[in-house]
Every structure is written in structure tokens, then in C-alpha cells.
Design a protein around this ligand. Structure first.
Ligand code: PLP
Length: 380
């Protein structure tokens, strides 16, 4: 079987079918000339299908080892389409520290349509077991989670879901298929914010979804075309271009995150570090089993919560910004930024403290990044 690093370059549709161009061109077009009345060629209309988007969709399906991929105008547009598989009365078990926007989508949009959910700490399998109801149709997993880097055992959770005839949906944004392929562990649908590591350069907002079965692929294809939140050809090209270097970038991000986590863990101004690569992390053993490396994201808490503002505003190479997974290092405070859409009481009950700081190390020289943090911590 072709190895993943090779698939990143040659997977899906990597060359133009008509000209042989070694990168699939940007087919900036909305409609296609038909052969005869009622006889379109491969494409009819770019919401339903576009060759550039199709190349990206075929690539992500190949990388995640699913049957079909789908590209959307944002990660949330993709998640919205997947959640549209469900009906009023259906119940979904959702991991308790999913991305704030995914929680908001469930809590403020799908709840209104009669879809019910419970938030569950899925690192405790018995807590999932008791959350199942006769109406439970899906288990929604994110691992490593955002921002606490909780590790969930996809294989075990998917096994439980199957016993209850529920689907397993996995947001694989943090790991990417380079580190972990949920469909091979029993999941049914994988979702991505391609805005993050897949795009990799903080220059595009995009979402990707992959289905494991033809039956699910057919339903998601119908919803993608019916709802219409598709990714444009230009952005599809940019994401495909980003994916080509995913292996190199994920190796560098993971190496940087490991070194920074070790540095922070040994620093007296730091109270706690969340990184699955540390032996002290409760999900370390599962991460070792299910991921190729431990990923690029980490979070930490300072001993003095009052020093957070000074630290995050004072660094040279870590830019204070939302988002993650780009070549440049970013720093943020989830309670105020990415996770502000989660009410404070829920945030606190799941362990996202106001002083929690999240880092997305980029691919700059690691010594510069470590020096930057060292200087920043000395100054607080
Ligand atoms: C950013 C993010 C999303 C949402 O994706 P957008 O591209 O911003 O719409 C979903 N899940 C995770 C884990 C994310 O980090």
C-alpha cells in the first residue's frame, strides 16, 4: 500500500486530467457546456462539483482511507452538513471540550431544530456508556481536544457506539491524517477544519469531511449539494497545495511542541502543562497507541494567573491570535478568545480556566521559540 508521505503528493487526483499539469489548475468556473440536452459531461454546476475541489476531495478521502471526501467553505460548514444527517428527537453524545464553535453550533443552532445533546467527559468510557439513550444516533469526538489536549480512545469509543447503533464522528483537526486516521479505528465520519494544519499557512478558511461507507457518502453528498456551503476552486487549490508539505510540517510542529512542553514543565512560573507527549499526561499511553507523534498543540497554566496578559502580549515570535496549525507560532487565551462562546460555568466545569494559555508552535527555529518563551516568563 502506498505510504502516507507519498500519498500527500500523489494521492487523490494530483495531476490535471486534460493537460497533464502537475498541479490541478484552478478551474474558476461556475457552469459547464453540456454534450447534448440532458447529457452533461462530468460536471454540470460548481456547487455540485468542480474539478479543483474534486481533486482536494479525492485527496482527503485517500489520506483518511475513506470512500469519499467533501470540501466546504469552513470547518464549521462541514460540521453543519454532517450534523444535518440527524433529525428532531435524535440525541448526540458530544465530548465535553470540543472546539467552542462546534459546541455553539450544537447548542444554539441544532438544539433549536430539536436535536438534543449531552456533554460527556469521554476519557471516562463508563460515562459514555451511561449517556446512551434509545434515541442516541451519534457520538461526537475530538482528540486531541481543544484546548485541553485530552486524548480519547477512538477505537474503544467507536466500539461502544456500534453496540448502540450510533455513528462515531471524529473531528481530526488537531492530529491530521498524518498522525491519526480515525476511520481505520472504527469511526464513520471524519471532519476537519482545513484552516489549521491541512492548509498550514494561515491563509485560507476551509473544511473537509470524509465518509467511511458509500451509504454515508451518498447522504453527505446530497446534503453538501442541498445546503451549498462548498469550498471555492481557488481555496481548494490552496488547501491541496498546503497538504503537500503536511508531513514535513507536522514533524516540525510535533518536535517543537514536545521541546516546549518539556521546557514549560520544568519552569517554576508554570503551574501545569497539557501535552499528550509528556509522560505526566493522563492520555499519554492512548496517544502513543493511536497517534504517530503527539502533535503540535499544547496548553499551560501559570502559577500567577494575573501574569497571563503580560506574557501573551509581550512575546516576539508567538503572535497573539486565534487559530492554529500555521507555519507561524501563535499564542492565545481560550477563555477570552477561541472558547469565549462557551458559557463561563460550563468552561470552568470542564477545566478551561480563565488563565489557560494555548500555544501553536510554528516551524521557526526552535531555539528562537524557546528563548522567546524563556524571556517572556522571566519578565512576568
Ligand atoms: C477551528 C476549528 C474548527 C472550526 O473550523 P473553521 O474552519 O474555523 O470553521 C472545528 N474544529 C476544530 C478542532 C477547530 O480547531
Amino acid at each position: 500500500m502506498t505510504k502516507l508521505k507519498t500519498k500527500l503528493i500523489h494521492g487523490g487526483i494530483s495531476t490535471d486530467q486534460t493537460t497533464g499539469a502537475v498541479s490541478v489548475p484552478i478551474y474558476q468556473v461556475s457552469t459547464y457546456k453540456q454534450n447534448a440536452l440532458g447529457q452533461p459531461k462530468d460536471y454540470e454546476y460548481s456547487r455540485s462539483g468542480n474539478p479543483t475541489r474534486h481533486a482536494l476531495e479525492a485527496l482527503i478521502a485517500d489520506l483518511e482511507e475513506g470512500v469519499q471526501g467533501f470540501a466546504f467553505g469552513s470547518g464549521l460548514a462541514g460540521i453543519h452538513t454532517v450534523l444535518s444527517l440527524f433529525e428532531p428527537g435524535d440525541h448526540i453524545i458530544m465530548a465535553d471540550d470540543v472546539y467552542g464553535g462546534s459546541f455553539r453550533l450544537m447548542d444554539k443552532v441544532f438544539s433549536k431544530l430539536g436535536i438534543r445533546y449531552d456533554l460527556v467527559d469521554m476519557s471516562d468510557l463508563s460515562a459514555i456508556e451511561v449517556a446512551f439513550k434509545p434515541e442516541t444516533k451519534a457520538v461526537y469526538v475530538e482528540t486531541p481536544s481543544n484546548p485541553l489536549l485530552k486524548i480519547l480512545d477512538i477505537e474503544k469509543i467507536a466500539g461502544l457506539a456500534k453496540e448502540h447503533q450510533a455513528l462515531t464522528l471524529v473531528d481530526n483537526t488537531f492530529a491530521t491524517p498524518y498522525l491519526q486516521r480515525p476511520l481505520t479505528l472504527g469511526a464513520d465520519v471524519v471532519m476537519h477544519s482545513a484552516t489549521k494544519y491541512l492548509g498550514g499557512h494561515s491563509d485560507v478558511v476551509a473544511g473537509l469531511v470524509v465518509a467511511k461507507s458509500h451509504e454515508l457518502a451518498e447522504r453527505i453528498a446530497f446534503l453538501q449539494n442541498s445546503i451549498g456551503g462548498v469550498l471555492g476552486p481557488q481555496d481548494s487549490w490552496i488547501v491541496q497545495r498546503g497538504i503537500k508539505t503536511l508531513a514535513l510540517r507536522m514533524e516540525a510542529h510535533s518536535k517543537a511542541a514536545m521541546k516546549i512542553a518539556e521546557f514549560l514543565e520544568g519552569h517554576p512560573a508554570v503551574a501545569k502543562v497539557y501535552y499528550p507527549g509528556l509522560a505526566s499526561h493522563p492520555g499519554h499511553e492512548i496517544a502513543k497507541k493511536q497517534m504517530a507523534t503527539f502533535g503540535g498543540m499544547l496548553s499551560f497554566e501559570l502559577v500567577d494567573e494575573g501574569a497571563v496578559k503580560g506574557l501573551v502580549e509581550g512575546l516576539s515570535y508567538f503572535t497573539l491570535a486565534e487559530s492554529l496549525g500555521g507555519v507561524e507560532s501563535l499564542i492565545e487565551v481560550p477563555a477570552v478568545m477561541t472558547h469565549a462562546s462557551i458559557p463561563k460555568d460550563i468552561r470552568e466545569s470542564i477545566g478551561i480556566k480563565d488563565g489557560l494559555i494555548r500555544l501553536s508552535p510554528g516551524i521557526e527555529d526552535l531555539d528562537d521559540l524557546l528563548d522567546d518563551l524563556k524571556t517572556g516568563l522571566e519578565g512576568i
